[in-house]
Design a protein around this ligand. Structure first.
Ligand code: FA5
Length: 351
């Protein structure tokens, strides 16, 4: 009888060593340890033995059963470890100690042109402000003289949040906050308000070669005593000749914006076609770039500044269009495309 147990023990050991996957192992477990398995059959065969023999044989079979169960468990762990190792080996290998290729990165053309404008205006005494992309109706419209239901809102449909806030359609949304932020220094110490604020704007409108639903503007404001249109023209001219490093052809024509009076459209001669007309400038030879004007008395008043004492100018430079013109990008949508082939060819002039 003991011999039978030893033979089975050896057999189990041998068969387990040949198993290569979990399903084979399970079949083997059932064949030896299941209800109809060989080890269970040994226990059932004890009926013919004497009581004394049953005691000894039973103990030996139970020992074999425990041993076999333990071997099966060990085999499960071994097979799982092998499966994990195989998965790791099948993964692509990379060396985390390899130095990064630092030559690959480049700034986005809009970042380049924005930084350039920031540095030009800083050098002329302007501060650079930051402002959120999600604003209130008051900030974007009401505080800049566009009350509810004003027709000027039709030109700037944007994306509204369920809580009534909106994605700002123009950087003019920051005007009121800037007037309030620097108003005290102006009134108490005579420090002029000179600020620019670049930012992303959003509009719910059809896109084409010169219109995106997400684009950048750079707002600028200057408020002091006796500020006039000539100051405005001086700063616009200086900014453009610095950005392009030469004189560029521009034209100023009347334009209506509820927050300026008088208001102007400043158009740039299309740099893509040289003014002949192309799809980038809608075949007109000109591209609307930087509307501007003298700040409306209502806007100054809403910002806590007395319009009888102070005047100022404001402009809303289309930064994305400026990048388009500076780098001769024919279609504005390429700038948001994420296409590295076209985007990584631009470099900073200062580099
Ligand atoms: C405004 O947004 C006014 N807030 C600008 C302003 C500020 C006027 C201060 C007076 C005083 P407008 O909607 O025209 O105006 O946009 C200003 C500039 O942003 C345009 O000339 C253009 O260069 C750019 N722009 C406007 N819409 C888009 C668009 N969908 N895609 C790309 N650029 C755009």
């Amino acid at each position: 009888m003991d011999n039978k147990i030893d033979i089975l023990r050896e057999e189990i050991k041998q068969r387990l060593s040949e198993v290569t996957d979990l399903s084979q192992l399970d079949s083997l477990r059932v064949a030896y340890l299941g209800k109809k398995g060989s080890v269970t059959a040994l226990l059932k065969s004890m009926k013919e033995l004497s009581n004394e023999e049953k005691k000894q044989f039973g103990a030996e079979v139970n020992k074999l059963k425990a041993e076999a169960a333990k071997r099966v468990e060990e085999k499960v762990a071994e097979l799982n470890a092998l499966a994990i190792e195989a998965e790791i080996n099948s993964m692509p290998r990379f060396d985390i100690t390899t130095p990064a290729d630092l030559t690959r990165g480049s700034y986005h053309p809009i970042t380049l042109v924005s930084r350039q404008c920031e540095s030009i205006f800083r050098s002329m005494g302007f501060t650079v402000e930051d402002y959120p992309e999600v604003v209130t109706d008051y900030e974007c419209f009401e505080s800049v003289n566009i009350p509810k239901h004003h027709p000027a809102r039709d030109m700037q449909d944007t994306y509204y949040l369920e809580n009534g806030q909106l994605l700002k359609s123009q950087t003019s949304a920051a005007q009121n906050a800037i007037l309030k932020k620097y108003g005290a220094a102006l009134k108490e110490n005579g420090v002029p308000i000179k600020a620019i604020f670049p930012g992303r704007c959003f509009r719910n409108e059809a896109t084409d070669a010169s219109h995106e639903n997400t684009f950048f503007q750079m707002e600028g404001m200057m408020v002091d005593k006796d500020i006039s249109i000539s100051n405005l023209i001086y700063f616009m001219k200086t900014m453009l000749s610095e950005v392009f490093q030469r004189d560029v052809k521009v034209r100023l024509r009347p334009g209506f914006f509820p927050f300026v009076e008088p208001g102007f459209e400043l158009d740039i001669n299309c740099e893509i076609c040289g003014g002949k007309g192309c799809s980038s400038c809608k075949h007109s030879g000109w591209l609307e770039l930087c509307p501007c004007g003298m700040i409306h008395p209502n806007v100054l008043r809403e910002g806590g500044i007395d319009p009888d004492e102070y005047t100022g100018f404001a402009f809303g430079l289309g930064l994305t269009r400026l990048a388009m013109m500076k780098y001769k990008v024919k279609d504005i949508r390429d700038l948001n495309s994420g296409n590295l082939k076209s985007l990584d060819q631009f470099t900073d002039d200062d580099e």
